[in-house]
Design a protein around this ligand. Structure first.
Ligand code: CAA
Length: 385
């Protein structure tokens, strides 16, 4: 067993860290305060190959592995969680399924510009009345000759207001339950496809999400991804990868809060000595350091298993991804809570980053599968043996 990163993985981490510290971190507070979409940072990530990290070079990607991808997401999210999730959605939820399930023509026309960052994508599974119960969808696609007609709505679609396409999941045969779901690419500008204005949220303000309406939206059969009825499995296996990205995002947020709390505890004096001399503070720091490390190990293991799955289709990492996401997201909530506590009143102030980290951490327990769904997935795989 090796606990060392390869030279290539270290190089990707270094490159992502340099970009994050130089270009992302100085803007993060302003992006959050103004809920501003970071156009220039999305372009910067595209130039560095960060929008298609694990996509083969022949399809516009950087041709790296999933461990490198997780390391890069952590670094970007350490600077700005919004920028981190924009990156994660394009990589995990759009490029990855197109790479795995797309036709040759779809890889050429869609995956290549998406992985190179010339275009941006989003993923439409959630609906106003079904989030966790993902197969219970009301959005339908009906076959009409060589076309499909889509009607319905999707919501909380991260990247939605800015995306050039959506990978959308629709019910095509209600009698088949989850096996009656089909995936489609719907390009921006298709008549009847109407993205709505950005949502107002507690955190990740710069990562815009929105509702999408589909009204008599016609697309050719060539934009169907995978076979009819395969959509739910495509969505689930995509989320097995996406959850690694969100876990790494949570880790980046928590790491940032931890580093700032440690530095503050060494500067700030109370009762005649730095806070860091107090055992009450040391115990918090110890717990935070240990939990960060545990999350990192779970995330890197899940990413490593996803790399094995690329080589061997029989490898599944559903449970490892769910464990990484569950632990890292709940850890981020705990760590940002304790880091804010160490900052005291300053932690609650908009003048510092801590309240942003605290708000940003919370969503990681909700999107791409809630903590409750992660426990269901882990239990189901554990009970199966
Ligand atoms: N990989 C491949 N196939 C899978 C799978 C996986 N990980 N998990 C399930 N399947 C297959 C099953 O084998 C089964 O196939 P068969 O019909 O051939 O037997 C089929 O899918 C149905 O499986 P289940 O019976 O387990 O399905 P379920 O309806 O009970 O749902 C669930 C299971 C785990 C609760 C699932 O609905 C789920 O993950 N819900 C959470 C949804 C979610 O994460 N949403 C996030 C939205 S994306 C987002 O947040 C994006 C953003 O903008 C950031």
């Amino acid at each position: 067993m090796e606990f060392q990163l390869t030279e290539e993985q270290q190089m990707v981490r270094k490159m992502a860290r340099e970009f994050a510290e130089r270009d992302v971190a100085p803007k993060a507070r302003e992006l959050d305060a103004e809920s501003r979409w970071p156009t220039e940072l999305v372009k910067g990530m595209a130039e560095l190959g960060l929008l298609g990290v694990a996509v083969p070079e022949e399809f516009g990607g950087a041709g790296m592995d999933n461990v490198s991808y997780a390391l890069a997401i952590e670094e970007i999210s350490r600077a700005c969680a919004s920028t981190g999730v924009i990156m994660s959605v394009n990589n995990s939820l759009v490029c990855d399924p197109l790479n795995k399930f797309g036709s040759d023509a779809q890889k050429k026309e869609w995956l290549t510009p998406l992985a190179s960052g010339e275009k941006l994508g989003c993923f439409g599974l959630t609906e106003p009345s079904s989030g966790s119960d993902a197969s219970d969808m009301q959005t339908v696609a009906v076959k009409d000759g060589d076309e499909w007609v889509i009607d319905g709505s999707k919501n909380w679609i991260t990247n939605g207001p800015h995306a050039d396409m959506i990978l959308v999941f629709c019910c095509t045969d209600r009698s088949q339950g989850a096996r009656g779901t089909t995936a489609f690419i719907v390009p921006k500008g298709t008549p009847g496809f109407n993205p709505q204005p950005a949502d107002h949220k507690l955190g990740i303000h710069a990562a815009h999400s929105c509702t999408m309406f589909f009204e008599n939206c016609r697309i050719p059969d060539s934009l169907r991804v995978g076979e009819p009825g395969m959509g739910f499995k495509i969505a689930m296996s995509t989320l097995d990868g996406g959850r690694i990205g969100i876990a790494a995002q949570a880790l980046g947020i928590a790491q940032a809060a931890f580093e700032k709390a440690v530095a503050y505890s060494q500067e700030r004096k109370a009762f005649g000595e730095p806070l860091a001399k107090k055992q009450a503070i040391q115990f918090k720091i110890a717990d935070m350091a240990m939990e960060l490390d545990a999350a990192r190990v779970l995330i890197l293991r899940a990413a490593w298993m996803k790399d094995q799955a690329v080589k061997d289709k029989s490898v599944r990492h559903t449970q490892q991804s769910a464990m990484a996401k569950l632990y890292a997201s709940e850890m981020a909530t705990r760590v940002t809570h304790q880091a804010l506590q160490i900052f005291g009143g300053y932690g609650y102030s908009k003048e510092y980053d801590m309240e942003r980290h605290y708000r940003d951490a919370r969503i990681t327990e909700i999107y791409e599968g809630t903590s409750e769904i992660m426990r269901i997935v882990i239990a189901a795989t554990a009970l199966k043996g």
